[in-house]
Design a protein around this ligand. Structure first.
Ligand code: TXA
Ligand code: MG
Length: 318
């Protein structure tokens, strides 16, 4: 069996496998990651091959704490402040690679910058310490598919193509980490997530600019318009489902007939975020070709949810 419950023994085994060059899927507080030794060219190449990921899209390198991050990246003052407030947690900081750092060039797609994250999840933390090396880990889904929020999603997408899947239950946030480019003089929000722009602005005392909408050459390849795509076509900001459409609902005022998945009947954004990707997979599993999506408020975590919904609804790249 590739999918095993996370325990002291299976986490140790995961660390051994990663050190030996194999790939392990593991839970974090955001989504499941597909981890490999970030210092090994062959491990990193295997991550791209396993996901079917275009190799220009750089990976996030996961470490257990700020001290380990400082060995790899040159953190600016602002980056260090954000790290001290939000790590461990759902924030990825893009900083300059430290000269001589041992991270494989392929992991950073040849860029001079590196994306660093310290996850806030007991299994991820224990696995990183067991591996003893920085772990490159994209979300553990086939490239272009929605991110996995359950170990079973990983099994469905990647199955026996990974050495081990550590099952740590459903992820708490359900959306990928907030990505902030802190490598230049001005911070830029590359991907919204559970750490919001408002929280960052409050922490630093200055507003943070969002990267321009996905068009042309993306600053962060995760900004590719159709990056998070289910099979079903999504129609956003719908008040009700039309003939032949399923409904992705939000809040107490949702209609109650037809095939409906309500992200949060009580209208809670954190609950909706945690349920979003499983819901998109459920529509695909049910064979829904068209899904009407009720509006989600564009506040707090709603910004990140709407970002993923817009990508999921965007026209597909060929
Ligand atoms: O929550 C998460 O971040 C999850 C868990 C597993 O940690 N990981 C994740 O990884 O979502 P991935 O590879 O699916 O997304 C990484 C994002 C991509 O949008 C990528 O383009 C961006 O981070 N990124 C990575 N390195 C970068 C860099 N040097 N400069 C700009 N963007 C970068
Ligand atoms: Mg991803």
């Amino acid at each position: 069996m590739v999918l095993v419950p996370a325990s002291a023994a299976t986490i140790e085994e995961a660390g051994r496998l990663i050190r030996g060059g194999a790939l392990v899927a593991f839970p974090t507080e955001t989504v499941y990651g597909l981890g490999g030794d970030a210092t090994s060219d062959t491990s990193v190449a295997a991550i791209f091959a396993t996901k079917g990921r275009p190799s220009f899209n750089p990976l996030i390198v996961h470490v257990p704490d700020l001290a380990a991050a400082e060995n790899i990246g040159a953190l600016s003052h602002d980056a260090r402040v954000l790290a001290s407030v939000f790590w461990p947690g759902p924030l990825t900081l893009v900083v300059k690679r430290k000269p001589g750092c041992r991270i494989a060039e392929l992991a950073t797609a040849g860029l001079e910058t590196i994306a660093l994250r310290v996850p806030d999840h007991a299994v991820a933390q224990a696995m990183l310490r067991a591996a003893g090396c920085p772990v490159a880990a994209p979300s553990a889904n086939r490239s272009g598919h929605v991110s996995p929020t359950l170990a079973q999603h990983v099994e469905d997408d990647l199955g026996s193509r990974v050495a081990l899947i550590l099952d740590g239950g459903a992820t708490v946030h359900g959306l990928e980490s907030t990505v902030v480019d802190a490598s230049g003089p001005k911070l830029i929000l590359l991907r919204p997530g559970a750490v919001t722009a408002d929280q960052i602005a409050t922490t630093l005392g200055v507003a943070i600019a969002s990267a321009p909408a996905a068009s042309g050459a993306p600053m962060s390849p995760g900004q590719l318009a159709s990056h998070y795509a289910p099979n079903a076509r999504l129609r956003l900001n719908a008040t009700a489902a039309n003939e032949g459409e399923a409904l992705l609902a939000f809040g107490p005022a949702a209609p109650s007939s037809g095939f409906i998945i309500n992200l949060s009947p009580s209208g809670k954004l954190d609950e909706a975020a945690a349920n979003l990707f499983a819901a998109l997979r459920a529509f695909d599993a049910a064979g829904s070709s068209d899904v009407a999506v009720m509006p989600i408020p564009e506040t707090g975590l709603g910004v990140a949810i709407n970002d993923r919904l817009r990508r999921a609804a965007a026209p597909r790249a060929a």
